[in-house]
Design a protein around this ligand. Structure first.
Ligand code: GDP
Length: 604
């Protein structure tokens, strides 16, 4: 023994994301099918929760591409694809400051183009700093496309009509434009000069298999070129992430783990996060899917193995995993004296995701650490504070938290629940306190529902505040239209600018206050307001006598309070009409004579 630890380059871990129905599942099926059909005898392609495309298959697929990419040599042992596509599972591949996924394929239906979940995927990938390629899927649906099963894209296009090719180009440029809007330079893969700066778009058909060789070769090429360091692993204690927690007949609660670093052995002691704190336990068995050809009725779906090496997807059976949380880090403890240290590391990591803050904010409940973290991050993007974030069903206590928030910040006094139940004990209180609860098992739809409600709430609140403000108004007392001299004075007025409403305070053109508008009438009709150009009769509340305080022909203005004028000049400025803005200017210059700071807006 030299004492040197064995090191090797592991398979990059790849995820598939994209909008619903854009072809993620079909693509993964195609990739799996390709791997099985072309693998060497004895090569294992099936892991738990993942599938491998071995190097031998990548080499075969890359062979016909040699004339286009002569330098392509496969050095990695293969590609590990996470079997379940989509954002929910991706979010469980969480790792502090990033993702366990090394690279992503963003599937976009070339006919439909960008959709909401495409944008969501891009945001998540950006945030997690996961590089990606775009698979522009369903090219076989482009008008006039002649399919060539399982052929490289660059071969297939040689047999397409000029019209079909120009339709394809148009679609690809549509995607290039969309990606640009989201901050990415993009180009069809064979035209990319610098893959570090440009996102490659590979036109494919998950149905016919066209473009799949290029897609796989490209991912292999990019990962071995740009993430060599990240892919080197050694005989260290394993590190991984819990993808799913599953009940298995005869095995109890098991965890499906993606190991991205090191070696995991039977009997290893490991730590994962549990509902009630870190769980320390020992591997009882490591299980891999039984190869299809050895499936026998009386045997289980899994085979026992002594050890697994990164990168791999493996099922771990161990005592005490009932409370384990999906999305949790998985650490093998290197030695007995390190147990406390690893518990602390795990706990620290989880406390970033499960927390209760003192400030007002929304309540988030989700089924796994990963989806909970995805919700927290989405809230951060929108600058919405979080009061409480936790894994588990919605309880009475959650409702109490939300109802306290509701009292001071009603826009945050809500509960967002992802893929968990609202317990009956909570239901009653929800109804009583009138707490809005948003539920959905698609993350972006859950967020959309809340954000829509939030925007509407803010809009209503804005309207409510605006309704309470005194608007600019300028009127003239019509000569010969004094109907009553005092208590209350009733005069005919013409609105020269802006508007008046009942309860608006009035002032003269030299800033003297003269009561408030009591009622506005147009003959027998009582009006809610009178706007520029209207002639109406108004009664004035307060000690106002025509002939003493005001006269026929006088110009009067609405007497806008200081804090109202500030809002008109800032938040609500765009809500004023042009004539209201002119009147506001006049009011400000009148008021400044006695109050020099009136209508001053100070910015920090
Ligand atoms: P997912 O929701 O993203 O996983 O999408 P699916 O893989 O379930 O695909 C949605 C639909 O699109 C299915 O009916 C597929 O058969 C179809 N589909 C997927 N890929 C292709 C493709 O390349 N060409 C065509 N014509 N149809 C496709």
């Amino acid at each position: 023994m030299s004492g040197e630890k064995k090191t090797w380059m592991r398979q990059p871990i790849i995820v598939v994301l994209g909008h619903v129905d854009h072809g993620k599942t079909t693509l993964l099926d195609k990739i799996r099918g390709t791997a099985v059909a072309r693998k060497e005898p004895g090569e294992i392609t099936q892991h738990v929760g993942a599938s491998v495309v071995p190097a031998s298959v990548l080499k075969k697929l890359a062979e016909p591409l040699r004339k286009y990419f002569p330098k392509l040599v496969i050095e990695i042992p293969g590609l590990l694809f996470i079997d379940t596509p989509g954002h929910e599972l991706f979010s469980n591949l969480r790792k502090r400051g990033g993702s366990v996924a090394d690279m992503a394929i963003l599937v976009v239906d070339i006919i439909e183009g960008f959709q909401p979940q495409t944008v969501e995927a891009i945001n998540i990938l950006k945030e997690k700093k996961v590089p990606f390629v775009v698979a522009a899927n369903k090219i076989d649906r482009i008008e006039g496309w002649k399919p060539h099963a399982d052929t490289p894209f660059l071969e297939s296009i040689r047999d397409q009509s000029p019209r079909t090719l120009s339709l394809l180009e148009e679609k690809i440029y549509g995607l290039v434009g969309k990606l640009y809007e989201h901050g990415f330079e993009a180009e069809r893969f064979d035209r990319v000069r610098d893959f570090r700066r440009t996102v490659a778009i590979v036109p494919i058909s998950a149905k016919t298999g066209e473009g799949i060789p290029e897609l796989l070769a490209l991912i292999a090429g990019l990962s071995q070129q740009f993430m060599k360091k990240r892919l080197v692993t050694s005989e260290e204690p394993a590190k991984g992430v819990v993808l799913e927690v599953k009940e298995e007949p005869g095995l109890g609660t098991t965890i499906d783990v993606i190991i991205y670093d090191g070696v995991l052995r039977r009997n290893d002691v490991f730590v994962v996060a549990g509902r009630n704190g870190p769980i320390v336990t020992r591997v009882r068995s490591l299980l891999m899917p039984r190869p299809l050809q050895d499936m026998r009725m009386h045997e289980g779906r899994f085979i026992n193995v002594d050890l697994v090496t990164a990168a791999t997807g493996v099922k771990v059976a161990a005592p005490g995993l009932e409370d384990a949380l999906a999305g949790s880090p998985f650490y093998v403890v290197p030695s007995d004296d390190k147990v406390e240290e690893y518990k602390r590391i795990t706990q620290e990591e989880v406390s970033q995701i499960r927390f209760r803050a003192e400030s007002d904010g929304v309540v988030l409940k989700a089924d796994t650490l990963g989806t909970l973290e995805a919700l927290i991050e989405a809230m951060r993007r929108e600058n919405i504070p979080v009061k409480l974030a936790d894994v588990g069903h919605v309880t009475r206590n959650d409702v109490i938290e939300a109802s306290v928030v509701k009292k001071s910040k009603p826009e945050y006094g809500v509960i967002l629940s992802f893929n968990v139940k609202v317990l009956p004990e909570a239901e009653e209180l929800i109804a009583k306190e009138g707490i809005p609860v948003f539920k959905h098992n698609v993350i972006y739809q859950l967020l959309e529902e809340y954000f829509k409600w939030y925007r509407e709430f803010k809009e209503q609140e804005k309207t409510r505040i605006m309704e309470s403000l005194v608007r600019p108004g300028k009127i003239r007392v019509i000569p010969g239209a004094v109907f009553r001299r005092s208590e209350p004075a009733i005069v005919g007025v013409e609105v020269l600018g802006g508007r008046i409403k009942p309860n608006y305070p009035l002032m003269t053109s030299d800033g003297r206050s003269i009561g408030t508008v009591m009622q506005i009438r147009d003959r027998d009709n009582v009006l809610k307001e009178a706007i520029v150009g209207q002639q109406v009769a108004i009664s004035i509340k307060g000690k106002v006598m025509v002939g003493r305080h005001i006269d026929e022909g006088d110009i009067l203005y609405t007497d806008i309070p200081r804090d109202h004028v500030r809002l008109w000049l800032t938040t609500f400025n765009s809500e004023l009409s042009d004539d209201e803005k002119l009147v506001l200017k006049e009011i400000i210059s009148i008021k400044r004579k006695s109050d020099p700071l009136y209508g001053m807006v100070f910015t920090a």
